[in-house]
Design a protein around this ligand. Structure first.
Ligand code: PMP
Length: 385
């Protein structure tokens, strides 16, 4: 080519490690302990409902805020679970996955020069999305030994330019959940400020050992300044359908919809219709706790002979494992070794840090069939790297 255009990347971070690991994992036909996508087929009833919706003609754009029946079902669910009333007309929007909701909320509410506090290690989309607004990411580290947010540090980090605090409970990748002290601290830290809370709660139905999911929706003082993000893909084992949603007070939601309409206009229509029918039976989502708790215990059990030191995990479908007893390599090299030599795919925890901190830990996911978890555990118990 004679004169190809000069390009200037908006994001310095490049292509996510998930794509890199995904490609290598396919090459090595590796055991999948790396991906946050459930390895099970969805309920046949749900699949049939999607086919039926297509046959019935749900093949054009859904309404911009989402199929009304789905928004109504979600209003009922949120009221029942968290005692919060969200108006399906003005306060609930169906998005193309939780990811789009995060992007739309940050884009709508954060302006150039604003500061956004979030907690490292963190799900990978927050930082780039903040940066794309010309805003300033302000990560605060969560100590991995306690997994507790240091609220004194949060208060000291808040400035007049702090526009948003991003919360993620249940947390990817640590599996930690907010407790009552966290909720009260968040209330007192934001009281009397213009700070908006973006609460990423996509793992809301996966909280174990009898613990409670403390959704922002439960606390009116927090709910009035919160956008809460959920994922129907995670809940119904259909992450590829790209259906999620967010709830927020009407004034905030109006801003988010202005962005959502130009991102995707609306989420996939037939899949919205299908999940609306699945929401009619609450057992379809309430059973997830038990389902994943057993998987967590299975993976932990199958690693009991391994030299990997597994961190406690209260929620979600990820475990952190410390490999320093086995190797002094960087976490990235260790992950590549595991792929090449054991054919097990995992994710280096450094990927979840703003500064790429190498803590000697990897992330394992347990959203896979039991035989995959058993085999992964067996291979990881024979580490001779
Ligand atoms: N937030 C967190 C913490 C996640 O782990 C994920 C998916 N891995 C998402 C949001 C995005 O969810 P969805 O698949 O619904 O876009």
């Amino acid at each position: 080519m004679q004169s190809s255009p000069v390009l200037k990347s908006k994001l310095k971070s490049g292509i996510s490690i998930f794509s890199v690991i995904g490609q290598l994992a396919a090459e090595y036909n590796a055991i999948n302990l790396w991906q946050g996508a459930p390895g099970f087929t969805p309920d046949q009833v749900l699949v049939d409902a999607a086919f039926q919706a297509i046959r019935d003609g749900s093949n054009q754009y859904a309404p911009m805020p989402g199929v009304l029946a789905l928004r109504q079902a979600l209003a009922t669910k949120t009221a029942k679970l968290y005692g919060a009333q969200y108006d399906p007309q003005t306060e609930i929007t169906i998005t193309a996955g939780g990811l789009e909701a995060v992007y739309a909320a940050i884009t709508a509410l954060v302006h150039p020069g604003d500061e956004v506090i979030y907690f490292d290690p963190a799900f990978e989309c927050y930082r780039p999305t903040i940066q794309l607004q010309g805003a300033i990411p302000v990560p605060i580290k969560i100590p991995l030994d306690t997994m507790k947010i240091d609220w004194d540090l949060v208060r000291a980090t808040i400035t007049p330019r702090t526009r948003m605090i991003i919360i993620n409970t249940p947390h990817n990748p640590t599996g930690a959940v907010l407790d009552q002290h966290d909720i009260e601290s968040l209330m007192s830290a934001t009281r009397g400020t213009d700070i908006v809370i973006l609460s990423d709660e996509v793992y809301e139905h996966m909280v174990y050992d009898g613990m409670t999911h403390r959704s922002m929706a439960r606390y009116p003082e927090l709910a009035e300044r919160s956008v809460i993000v959920f994922s129907l893909g995670k809940t119904f084992h259909v992450t590829g359908w790209r259906v999620g949603y967010c709830v927020a007070p009407a004034e905030i939601m109006k801003e988010i919809r202005m962005i959502h309409q130009y991102l995707v206009y609306s989420a996939p229509a037939p899949f919205q219709v299908a999940v609306a029918t699945a929401l009619n039976d609450e057992a379809n989502y309430l059973r997830l706790t038990n389902f994943y708790e057993k998987k967590r215990d299975l993976l932990i059990g199958s690693l009991s002979e391994s030299a990997l030191k597994v961190q406690p995990c209260a929620s979600g479908f990820f475990l952190l494992a410390d490999f320093r007893a086995v190797s002094d390599r960087s976490d990235r090299d260790f992950v590549l070794d595991l792929l090449r030599r054991k054919r097990v795919g995992t994710i280096p925890l450094s990927h979840f840090y703003n500064d790429g901190a190498d803590t000697g830990m990897i992330r394992l996911s347990f959203c896979q069939p039991d035989d995959v978890l058993r085999e992964g555990g067996r291979l990881l118990s024979e580490l001779d790297l």
